[in-house]
Design a protein around this ligand. Structure first.
Ligand SMILES: *Cc1c(COP(=O)(O)O)cnc(C)c1O
Length: 214
């Protein structure tokens, strides 16, 4: 796929002041440069191998986020290269992130992925589990919880509103309880449902297909 310049510029305006993270899984390095030329400076990749290839070739000023399922054994390849990991969804992954962050003398910014609609097919912590996760993180001084991330079910976008609302409420509760963390980010909304996600308080939208054309 290739970048649809007009769509990128329009969306950048439309989502303000939220951050538009372009999902780069659909495009190659040349197209990432084109995104940058349109003013889009946040890129989200969801596979480690593809990320490393694009990251090596890219020499611009953009910021890289990791948005996909992250395997524990791959943490070491990306930890010093991405600014935010959206998809932290298990205790094993938290352990490995803390270990590698310490080893590299880094503070690592993360989002906790929440399976807010309790879908079998989706990764993420359960809502009810989040207090326990936050307590667990007290022993992980290298990890900074910037907020929550969720993926809405593939249903009519208007029906997803409740899940965005629930994610925001959860974030607000955690922010009250754990003031030591920023917890200012809500990464939610993709091509189909970003408008509703923004209405419900998304601070980061992760958008792919709506930015590109064949
Ligand atoms: C691909 C992807 C997106 C963007 O999806 P679109 O429906 O193409 O906008 C968002 N988040 C994650 C984790 C993705 O893998």
């Amino acid at each position: 796929m290739i970048v649809n310049d007009a769509a990128v510029k329009e969306l950048l305006e439309k989502v303000k002041p939220a951050t538009l993270v372009a999902a780069t899984k659909y495009i190659d390095e040349k197209q990432i440069e084109r995104l940058e030329a349109c003013g889009c400076l946040y890129f989200g990749e969801n596979r480690v191998q593809a990320f490393l290839e694009k990251y090596e070739q890219y020499h611009g000023k953009g910021h890289w986020h990791f948005i996909g399922t992250l395997q524990k054994n791959k943490v070491k390849y990306i930890i010093d290269k991405v600014e935010l990991i959206h998809s932290v969804n298990s205790y094993h992954l938290i352990d490995e992130l803390e270990k590698q962050a310490k080893k590299n003398n880094l503070k690592v910014h993360i989002l906790l992925q929440v399976n807010i609609a309790k879908e079998e097919s989706k990764h993420g912590f359960d809502e009810e589990e989040m207090d326990q996760v936050m307590e667990y993180l007290q022993d992980c001084p290298s990890l900074i919880v910037d907020g929550l991330m969720m993926m809405a079910p593939h249903i009519d976008p208007e029906q997803t509103r409740i899940y965005f609302q629930k994610t925001r409420q959860l974030r607000d509760q955690l922010k009250q309880k754990y003031p030591q963390y920023p917890l200012h980010e809500l990464s939610m909304g993709m091509s189909e449902d970003y408008e509703i996600a923004l209405e419900e308080g998304a601070t980061i939208v992760r958008i792919g297909r709506a930015l590109f054309k064949d």
